[in-house]
Design a binder for this molecule. Structure first.
Ligand code: GBH
Length: 451
């Protein structure tokens, strides 16, 4: 059983659900631009309609209410609330105020992500996170949001998955803006992103009474396959390690050490000594202001063991291993045990799982329902592990990703993570079997009744 007051939620992000990209003064984001280029999105789709949440937000809230969640994580589209002259767009503000008021009616607590990847194109044109001007622009945006939602929102998540912003956006270039950076540019962009986080923390604390703040990176933990404490230690170390030659922009510690421990890890200074950005004491103080939670998006992991010489080795997945229908999503429930444990051990703050979910083939059956037994199994397996770790460390909440099937970035509309099925042609929303299953888990306060 999870403790009383446990945060049970569902999550979404603006560009993935809102649609209505061309109305009420919304300005173009890097994702609108990215979708225009043929070949960038698997099925050639974009975020112009998706779930129509800009128009149907009341129905979104109804579905949340009937799901019985006490919390809803959504993001604000920067380009809806700030125009190309860096002025406030009242229509955009009004939309989020209305959404929050509707949530309030049903006692659903909003958790607002300030930046979930949809940078206004005009800001990217100035250089995005590479241009120091971003600090002022982001601060202005955060000031506007927190003031206009004052009294409605107290929980903020500054930035979602910085690793994807930097690594997917500027190394693999599979995500917007798809502009390749060299190591020096990468580190500068990371540093500015962390400073944006820091400024946001100062502004939220100033503008919002009783605020709670976090930021939400993602990670893919190393899972020890037996109880050997040496194996545990090596998995822990690998989880926080940095390797300049291997996907370093996907690292955990480059982003989270400065925030929670006040500095980049030693390895960072050693491995990148020729390309370091300017890092001042004031920067690190700004970045490391105390925040309340360790949010983490966790979907999967990898299994590890020791070879006969005591070296850590990754165990390949067996042929036919359980998985979702997106290539990186193997079903590894222990990820929700080990990642929180590792993170708490290093950063010592309460944990909230800000995203977790399964992507699968889902369609409406002849009987009118959407049967998704694999998603039910996924939720059950992962919550059992989270429940287990919650007995050892403080775990405050869990957000299922996602409330809806939605625009899955470069995979377009073909990949479905939702508890609610969406027919993108008619916008008909059909709660899947997993929606009712998750609802019943919440009613009972946990998964123990299943065992
Ligand atoms: C999150 O992205 C996003 O926050 C959300 O918007 C998105 O819809 C959701 O999850 C589902 O994808 O290192 O092998 O794990 C997660 C996207 C998943 C992108 C893992 C990078 C790297 C492959 N990321 N992926 S791996």
């Amino acid at each position: 059983m999870f403790k009383k007051g446990f945060i049970f939620g569902a999550a979404t992000a603006a560009y993935q659900i809102e649609g209505s990209t061309n109305i009420d003064g919304r300005v173009k984001s890097i994702w609108d631009t990215f979708c225009e280029k043929k070949g960038n999105i698997l099925d050639g789709s974009d975020g112009s309609i998706v779930c129509n949440s800009y128009k149907d937000y009341k129905d979104d809230v109804r579905l949340l209410h009937e799901l019985n969640v006490n919390s809803y994580r959504f993001s604000i589209a920067w380009g809806r609330v700030i125009d190309e002259n860096n002025q406030i767009n009242p229509k955009g503000i009004e939309y989020y105020q209305n959404l929050c008021k509707e949530l309030k009616k049903y006692n659903i607590e909003p958790y607002v992500t300030l930046y979930h990847w949809d940078m206004p194109q005009w800001i990217m044109d100035k250089g995005g996170f590479l241009n120091d001007e971003i600090l002022e622009l982001f601060s202005h945006y955060v000031d506007v949001v927190t003031k206009s939602l004052n009294g409605l929102v107290k929980n903020y998540i500054t930035i979602n998955e910085p690793q994807c912003i930097i690594f997917m956006g500027h190394d693999t270039c599979l995500f917007a803006p798809g502009i390749k950076y060299n190591d020096k540019e990468m580190l500068k962009a990371i540093h500015n992103l962390l400073k944006c986080h820091g400024h946001a923390v100062s502004i939220i604390r100033k503008n919002v009474k009783n605020s709670t703040i976090g930021f939400a990176p993602c990670s893919r933990p190393m899972i020890p396959t037996n109880n050997n404490p040496i194996l545990y230690k090596k998995c822990y170390e690998k989880y926080f390690s940095i390797n300049r030659n291997f996907e370093y922009a996907n690292s955990v510690s480059i982003y989270s050490d400065p925030i929670f421990l006040g500095d980049y890890p030693k390895e960072y200074y050693l491995q990148f000594k020729d390309v370091l950005p300017t890092i001042t004491k004031e920067d690190l103080e700004l970045i490391s202001q105390p925040i309340d939670y360790i949010y983490q998006n966790i979907y999967t992991g990898n299994y590890y063991s020791l070879d006969k010489d005591g070296n850590l080795i990754q165990n390949p997945f067996d042929f036919g291993f359980r998985e979702g229908n997106i290539d990186w999503l193997q079903v590894v429930p222990e990820a929700l045990y080990y990642a929180p444990k590792f993170l708490y051990e290093r950063y010592k703050k309460p944990i909230i799982i800000s995203e977790n979910g399964l992507c699968n083939v889902d369609f409406v059956s002849l009987d009118g329902h959407v049967h998704d037994p694999q998603r039910i199994d996924y939720i059950e397996r992962y919550l059992i592990e989270l429940d287990k770790v919650a007995k050892e460390i403080p775990v405050e909440g869990y957000f299922y990703w996602s409330l809806f099937d939605n625009f899955e970035w470069n995979s377009g509309l073909r990949k479905r993570f939702g508890l609610v099925h969406v027919d993108y042609k008619t916008n008909k929303r059909t709660p899947k079997d997993s929606y009712y299953f998750y609802r019943d888990i919440i009613k009972r306060g946990g998964v123990n009744w299943i065992l």
